[in-house]
Each structure stands twice: as C-alpha cells, then as structure tokens.
Design a protein around this ligand. Sequence first.
Ligand SMILES: Cc1cc2nc3c(=O)[nH]c(=O)nc-3n(C[C@H](O)[C@H](O)[C@H](O)COP(=O)(O)OP(=O)(O)OC[C@H]3O[C@@H](n4cnc5c(N)ncnc54)[C@H](O)[C@@H]3O)c2cc1C
Ligand code: SF4
Ligand code: SF4
Length: 504
Amino acid sequence: MSAANYYIKTNRAFTGLRRYAWIFTLLVAIGGLWEPKLGLLVLLVMGGLTVTAFFSGRFWCGNVCPHGSLFDVILQPLSTNRKIPDFLKSKPMMIGFFIFFMFNFGRRVMGAFQAWGTYSFLDRLGFVFVFTYLVVMMLGGALAIFANPRTWCQFCPMGSIQKVSYSLGKTTGVTNKTDRLVTISNPDMCHKCGKCARVCPFQLEPYLEFNENHQFDNANCIRCATCVENCPAGILSIENPATAMELKEDPLPAGYLNRQHITATITSINDLEEDLKEFTFRFEEPSEVHYEAGQFMLVKVTENPEAYRAYSISSFGEDHQHVSMIIKKVEKGYGTEIIFDQFKEGDKVELEGPMGDVLVPEAGTEKMIFVANGIGITPFIPLVKDVLENRKDVKSVKLITGQRYAKDLLYHDYFREMDEKDERFEYQAIVSREDAAGLPRGHVTKLLKEINAAGSKAYLCGTKVMVVDAHRILTEKGLKPEDFFFESEEKISELPGTEQKKTA
Ligand SMILES: Cc1cc2nc3c(=O)[nH]c(=O)nc-3n(C[C@H](O)[C@H](O)[C@H](O)COP(=O)(O)OP(=O)(O)OC[C@H]3O[C@@H](n4cnc5c(N)ncnc54)[C@H](O)[C@@H]3O)c2cc1C
Ligand code: SF4
Ligand code: SF4
C-alpha cells in the first residue's frame, strides 16, 4: 500500500448555488439565535429535498444542500480527508441515528406546540429548527475537519428521507424519465485509474459499479459531478436512461479494439534521471501483443480496489513480445510510489491495453507538429521513428519539447541525431529553469510562436496548461479544431473539438 493519501481534495462547487449555499446555514444557525423565526425556512429545505429526491435521488445533497456546501466549500480545505469509517456508512447506523434524531426532534416540536395559539409559538417552533441546524453544523463540521467533509452525510436523517422518497419514485417508475445518473460512454475506454473514486465526496467507486446500461445506479450518489469533472479519460457524464442507451450504441474507437488483459514480467528497470525510470515488460499471457506508436498501456498498481495507471508506450514494438514505459515518480503520487518502491525486475505484473488512438497520426497527414512538455515526450519517442520510417508520404515532422532542466530532456541526442539524418525531421528543445549551452530558455510556447504551422496537424501531449496555451497559439496561426490531437493526464474540456478527442 502507498503511504500517499488515496483521497484527493478537489473543487466540488461548479455552480453559484453550490459555492454560496453555505451562507444559508450561517443565516439560520447563527442568525436564528437572534431571530428564531429564520428557522422556519428549514421547512422549505425539508420540502425541497423530499420532492427532488422522488425524481432524482440525492440530487439535493450534491447540488443544493446548504450544509453540504459548507462542508465542501468552507471546511474541505481544513479537512484531514481520511477514509470514512465503514460503520458510519452502515444501515444500522443510518436507521439507528434516524430514530434517535427523529425522536429528539419530534419531542422538541411537540414542546413548541404547547405554545400553539400564543404569540411565541412561531419563535419556539423556529428555534427547534435553529437548534437542529446549529447542532448539525457543529457535529457535521467537526466530522468534516477531523474525518472527511461528507462524513455527516453518510447518516444524515435528511439523506435517509431522500432515499425513502427516491425508492417511492423508483417504484412508481417516475425516475425512469427524470433521474440523471453518472454514465460512462464506454467501459472499454476506462483507464481503471480510480480517480472518480478518489475525488468522490462520498467515497463511492463508480468505475467498479457501472451497470449493464453503463450507469452508476447507487442510491448514495449525490449527482455532484465531481467524478465527471475529474475523469482524465473524459468518458463520464450525467445522463438520463434514454441518453445512456444512445451512448451505449456508439462504436468503440479503433484504438481500443485490441485492448486485452495481459500478464507480463518486468525484465528491466533503468534509471534515466532522478525519479524517472524506464520499465520494460515481457508479455507472458498472451505472449505476443501488437501495439502502435502513440498508444498507451495500463499497469495494475493495486488489487483492492482494482486500480491501474496509464503510461504511454515508449518502445517500438517490433518483436511484439515486449513493451517499455517511461514513468516519472510524482510527489505524493499514490500509484508511482507503489511502482517505484515495490516493482522489481522479475516481478509478474498485470497490464491492460494497448489503448488510445488520439496520437496515432491519421493516414494522409503530410505535415505534423509534435509538441510535448515534461513526461508528455514519451509517446513521441516511438512516434517520430515510426512516422519517419514507415510513412513516406509525410513531408515534415517538427518535434518541439520543453523541460525545466537540460538533464531532463529525454532522448535528446537520439532526436538530434535524427534531425541531422532525416531532412524531413526538425527537433527543437527548450528549458525553462536554467541557461543551458546551445538551448533557448523558456517554454515550448515561445518556440511555437516562431514556427510556420500552415497546413499542419498538431499532436500535443503534456500538462493541461501547455496543451491549452499551445492550442491557442496554433489556432492564432490558422489551425482549425480538427487539426488538433491532444492527450494529458488532466481532463481538458474547455478546448473546441474536445468531445471528439477523448484521451482515453
Ligand atoms: C493517456 C495517459 C498517458 C500517460 N503517460 C504517462 C507516461 O508515459 N509517463 C508518466 O510518468 N505518466 C504518464 N501518465 C500519468 C500517469 O497515468 C499517472 O497519472 C501518474 O503516474 C501519476 O500517478 P500517481 O498515482 O502516482 O499520482 P496520483 O496520486 O494519481 O496523483 C496525480 C495528481 O493528483 C495530485 N494529487 C494526488 N493526491 C492528491 C491529494 N490528496 N490532494 C490533491 N492533489 C492530489 C498529484 O499532485 C498529482 O499531480 C499518463 C496519463 C494518461 C492519462
Ligand atoms: S478513467 Fe474515468 S471512469 Fe475510468 S477509473 Fe479513471 S476516472 Fe474513473
Ligand atoms: S459518484 Fe460522482 S456524482 Fe456520485 S457522489 Fe461520487 S463524485 Fe458525485
């Protein structure tokens, strides 16, 4: 097991309502101490969540709930973000706490009704809600800080009411039309990286539980879309059942048709730089696997939960019996800590792949610009060789790559040699953190501004910032959305044409 934290803190407030709904909690829980009638507003909350749940499960919890907003927006930065203890998620806890809560709440409401018909009745009733809101804020807040932001929500009585309302909606068949669930466009394109589980506020595991309609039908899902926003493959969305069925009909892209489960042995681990190693695997079962330059493979890092990491193929695949990947150790990275600390030569590992076709150049492409930064250079190592050797129709290939330091420029001499040997190939490197002999200083974008890109297709791989900037510069130089192909560890959704180019 890795020492790095499995769960990732990330933005969960994608709408104005989610960002600011916590103000309502403070208004009622604190303001209500001076003006108890403010507590009566909670009746609207209870009505709202019961009605929305009938149509769309715990949608309220992820999109409207003021306490949820407080936990996600204000308290998440302070949270230790640990695993939520299983017993707090259990049915006995949920039912037991519901009875305990409702008994006490009911007693207080009955007490307020003793003042029925008097001037103070509304104040007394309002204060019951104010008190409840304050207690939930303090108890839920403490759990948010010392455990996980959404710990309270696991046994929140309002969550239980929603689940009952939702099952009524399901029984009547209403949810078949109204319910929108997390949907995977195609499970065969999933990296099994578990990022959807690692960012999920409820610590659910969508990638392990999609049903036959490719939907995540879990009554605890709060439809917050945090998994959708973070899936590096860009294959998740929130859809109704009809749209999910349509998506299911979409054909699997060609680059995924040969995806298979592979048992392999690590034959060598070479240190390239500090925190950078090249791992070579020999295929065992099956003993031959065909892959193309520009594709990637998945490496299993944990069995429970089953999780893999995606790595671009850096080898040439001529014998179909081996594959290499260059892997950079990420600071506090969950998977790379396991790979670097536990993987040894001779070990048997599980792979899946090959996958991906985004960076595999289309037939008929005559001019190519490859742009990489950081570890994004790896797919271009076999790609440049493949294109120059096997694609005589290609008239020019430019590779523009950037690293922080000259020592990090992978395969620098190899690419320089190719540049000298083949007049169709041009190699340009740049470093950002030092003045290195013979190299310009800056980022790849600096070099991109100076090139002639007319009539080219651009293949981009690296950090999201670089991909977005490179896209903008090359667009200014006249490239159209259909001229771009990009891959990144992070999801890129803001660029035109992204929908057709899911990385994964
Ligand atoms: C198609 C594709 C190809 C790839 N090819 C390569 C390749 O050739 N070589 C390579 O080295 N990598 C490659 N990657 C990246 C690789 O898949 C992994 O993402 C990478 O190795 C990091 O894995 P990890 O588990 O160590 O990091 P993770 O733990 O998954 O961390 C990933 C990122 O999230 C951040 N993070 C992690 N935990 C937290 C937290 N608790 N709070 C906030 N932020 C957090 C980290 O800072 C890090 O930037 C590729 C990715 C894709 C999608
Ligand atoms: S690729 Fe997306 S759906 Fe698949 S495990 Fe990763 S985050 Fe989840
Ligand atoms: S599965 Fe996705 S939408 Fe559902 S609660 Fe988790 S992150 Fe939110």
